[in-house]
Design a protein around this ligand. Structure first.
Ligand SMILES: Nc1ncnc2c1ncn2[C@@H]1O[C@H](COP(=O)(O)OP(=O)(O)OP(=O)(O)O)[C@@H](O)[C@H]1O
Length: 221
């Protein structure tokens, strides 16, 4: 059997507030494969964003491990894991709106130390994601919600990551634009071999995924 690209073992996260302790994730186990798209669903407050933060190396678990290609990301280094192997498209996108689409991508590549012709790579990625050439050189403030979402995905991919996380990527989009973004995620998984993990409330995203994981009472089912 091949080693999963990402493996969660006994993942537990508790939060302290005052003298109370609340355990949001209670020993989550799951293996994620390359070339597949996963949807994580569950009621509001069930811990989806918490799970995403742990799996993407933004937060550390109270107990349990996240392994990337068999190596504990705490040992690999969370910063290194985030820069080289995993990227997240946040709900808020976090684009630099005074920069063009291309500049948003090349500056992220610079920060994370990606070598090679950055501008050429940025254009290739934006082409791949269906952002028209004339829009690639406009400030992202002037782009539509769907175009901005594509730029944010291109930026996440620019660092040649193996795992792509997205938090509610279609939440703010109309149905047609959302369908285009879902197609982008499916292609990234099925044609480019990425492991795509999407936190969502959308039935369409869940239906388009290869596997739907339900978070309920701190566990994945
Ligand atoms: N930093 C924190 N400190 C204390 N409690 C937190 C913290 N972050 C999250 N929580 C709590 O953990 C629980 C799960 O939150 P989380 O954001 O992971 O849920 P979610 O499933 O993503 O919700 P939604 O669908 O509404 O975004 C909530 O009760 C939340 O209040």
């Amino acid at each position: 059997m091949t080693t999963p690209v990402l493996e969660l073992t006994g993942l537990t996260r508790s939060y302290e507030s005052g003298n109370r302790r609340r355990t949001v994730l209670k020993g989550v186990d799951h293996a994620f494969e390359a070339g597949r798209m996963y949807a994580i669903v569950g009621p509001s407050g069930s811990g989806k964003s918490t799970l995403l933060s742990l799996a993407s190396g933004l937060d550390s678990p109270t107990a349990g491990t996240v392994r990337f290609r068999g190596e504990d990301i705490a040992e690999l280094g969370l910063g290194r894991y985030r820069n080289r192997h995993a990227a997240t498209v946040f709900q808020s996108l976090n684009l630099l709106t005074y920069m063009t689409a291309v500049q948003n991508i090349t500056s992220a590549m610079e920060i994370t130390g990606v070598k090679g012709p950055r501008r050429k790579r940025a254009v290739e990625l934006l082409d791949l994601l269906g952002v028209e050439r004339q829009d690639q050189h406009r400030r992202t403030l002037q782009l539509s919600g769907g175009q901005q979402q594509r730029v944010a995905i291109a930026r996440a991919l620019a660092c040649e990551v193996d795992v792509l996380f997205a938090d509610e990527p279609t939440g703010a989009l109309d149905q047609e634009t959302a369908a285009g973004i879902i197609e982008v995620f499916r292609k990234l998984a099925h044609d480019d071999g990425k492991c795509v993990i999407v936190v969502t409330h959308s039935r369409e995203v869940a239906n388009a995924s290869d596997e739907v994981l339900q978070l309920k009472r701190g566990r994945l089912t």
